[in-house]
Design a protein. Structure first.
Length: 64
């Protein structure tokens, strides 16, 4: 497991809200999920742009 440095002020706030480790882990998890969703949405837009540009659609187009 890696170590993360957190400013003391932030750490004190996290401690008042619950387990600092659990809260930081949850925040990182949410951040990573959000970034994955952003990349999926960007890829979908690029695919749609490609399909318009070349007047084609994928045969097995999936709904996300």
């Amino acid at each position: 497991m890696a170590t993360v440095t957190i400013k003391k002020g932030y750490l004190e706030i996290l401690k008042t809200l619950g387990s600092a480790d659990t809260l930081v882990e949850s925040a990182i998890r949410k951040y990573l999920i959000d970034k994955c969703v952003e990349r999926i949405e960007k890829s979908k837009r690029e695919i749609e742009e490609f399909e318009r540009k070349y007047d084609c659609t994928s045969k097995n187009k999936r709904k996300f």
